[in-house]
Design a protein around this ligand. Structure first.
Ligand SMILES: C[S@@+](CC[C@H](N)C(=O)[O-])C[C@H]1O[C@@H](n2cnc3c(N)ncnc32)[C@H](O)[C@@H]1O
Length: 254
């Protein structure tokens, strides 16, 4: 009888807050630099519903998704509009190729650092990849069919009149890229999102990439918004993929 050999311990890579940035930084230097150096991601309508706790009544409102990237929320929102830097002079096929390449990079990161994620919404990395790929295709089809719904624009100066949208949604941009955008940019962008809304803005998540604690200047920004007459609240939602990312900031005009 052979002695049982001890199974070698699988070495899991050490979580590294910079790994995400290294992967995202790969995007630099590519011909599609004009999209900006951030990943263009493609969350689905169902993710948006969960991230922003959207009710059926919310979905009947005139909604702006900004920056929408390649999310497929607008493709299913009856009165939805998308705005993103990436739509400027970017034909559909080129943007879709870019997004699917970004999806692969993000999926690679998730496989490398599974402990930074909660596996309840997605149960596997394969499911994440399939969902995000399908969502990008849905976005691309809808943008081709209804180009008027997809408007180029860059925060903090959006091409919309005051109060154009009843509800403004902003996913995985503000707070997420705390390392790229300083507090002044965050304040200006928040004010701009509030300006183009007639009633309400929701922002998700409150945690920067690779961290699980809320954005460091959140309280200060909320105090500044209050001075402008905007009431804010932090609301728990029933979606958490990035660990710690299960709250949204709701801003209401008074
Ligand atoms: C991580 S993606 C989020 C996309 C989508 N909201 C989602 O959750 O899947 C970030 C997006 O921000 C866009 N972006 C970067 N800088 C911007 C700016 N100053 N104004 C508007 N969009 C910007 C990028 O093009 C990219 O599509």
């Amino acid at each position: 009888m052979h002695p049982t050999r001890a199974t070698p311990k699988r070495r899991t890579p050490k979580p590294d807050a910079c790994a995400w940035l290294r992967i995202v930084n790969d995007l630099r230097g590519r011909p599609s630099e004009s999209f900006g150096a951030l990943a263009v991601s493609s969350r689905s309508f169902d993710e948006y519903r969960a991230m922003f706790a959207l009710t059926d009544a919310d979905l009947r409102r005139r909604i702006l998704d900004c920056p929408a990237g390649a999310a497929s929320f607008v493709a299913r929102a009856p009165d939805g509009y998308a705005c993103d830097l990436a739509y400027a002079n970017t034909p559909g096929p080129a943007l879709l190729r870019h997004v699917q390449a970004d999806n692969e990079r993000l999926n690679r990161y998730i496989r490398l650092y599974p402990d930074q994620y909660r596996w309840t919404y997605f149960s596997t990395a394969d499911q994440h990849r399939t969902t995000r790929r399908a969502s990008a295709e849905r976005f691309a089809d809808d943008r081709e069919a209804r180009p008027g719904r997809y408007l180029p624009g860059a925060l903090p100066n959006l091409p919309f009149a005051d109060g154009t949208f009843e509800l403004v949604l902003s996913s995985h941009f503000l707070f997420t890229y705390a390392d790229r955008f300083d507090r002044d940019f965050h304040r200006a962008a928040l004010r701009e999102l509030v300006r183009v809304s007639s009633a309400e803005v929701r922002i998700f998540p409150l945690v920067p990439i690779a961290l699980n604690t809320p954005y460091a200047h959140l309280d200060q920004l909320r105090a500044e918004l209050a001075e402008d007459g905007t009431r804010t609240s932090v609301v728990d939602v029933g979606y958490e993929f990035q660990a710690g990312g299960n709250q949204m900031l709701v801003c209401r005009k008074t």
